[in-house]
Design a protein around this ligand. Sequence first.
Ligand SMILES: [Zn+2]
Length: 332
Amino acid sequence: MTRRLLPAIVAVAILAASVVPVAARAPDPMVGGTLWAQDQVVSYEWKKDQVPPAWATGPIDAGAADSNVSRASRSARFLRGANPTSQIAYGEPTGCSAIGIACFSRAGAPTSFKMWFRAQNYAFDWGKLRWCQGLTTIANGCFDIENVALDEFGHVQILNHHGNLTGDTDYLDAVVQEKARAYPAAGWNAHAYGRCDVARLQLEYERIGAAFPFSTCLAITTTTTLTASATTIAAGGSVRFTATLRAANLSVNRALAGDAISARPVLLERRTPGSATWATIATMTPSSTIPGSYATTITPTATYEWRSRFLTPTNEGLIGSASTVIKVTVSR
Ligand SMILES: [Zn+2]
């Protein structure tokens, strides 16, 4: 018997935007509503009369843990337990559209959310829903309920379905996808947010700290500044240069705007006045106390122009920048 992959859709309960192919890699769009507070702990319980079966509870909790571990941002944390404000339900009734195998509501944010999972063997027009965890033996076309839970927790954060490139070549850049992939298609059991999920979480909730990497699905503009302790010194004297590196203070950088960026290679460069050629003199030393601050002390032997510079890295989503130029005159 031939089996085909079921073209099922994980639909959202509210505000299901249609997703069209996009021309370039981009952070997930957003569903509407209020953000959670940074690092807010949001506690949930099983809806009393719709408790999931034992094979589903562990994987749904694991989906919450997957969100907590892979959020790479200060987005909400989801925990089942004390003083729950939110409910997760299994089986009918649900708040899902006719095509949804699971769905959510974040209308109660920043206090509560709701989440629903269709029951094993629920009859869709394409066939019966099978959750892999509810099968004795895994079978083609089943859905991983942990992966689908992570998609739903991503929606609860603020994420809408990722806009994939034509041909879905970047499908693995996001877990929050309009079409969940069934076993054994690539991504069917992804248990961590993809980089474009993380990109949106970072844009809305900030990174975990100033040294934390920016998602490679981002292209955040930076601002580098430079100050000097003196602009005229006697021969043999020294000058202390202090630089800052920040995400540019632009609205397009959302919550990341103006954030300090620590522990990066910030270069100190100099040139002979009037020259077009810069030489790198030092990699500036990061401050251990001031986020995004770097400093170096130099004893110049002649008058030079100086700038600090941050090169566009290849391992994170930042765009390099250079400071304005400072001339330090050495008098003789
Ligand atoms: Zn979804």
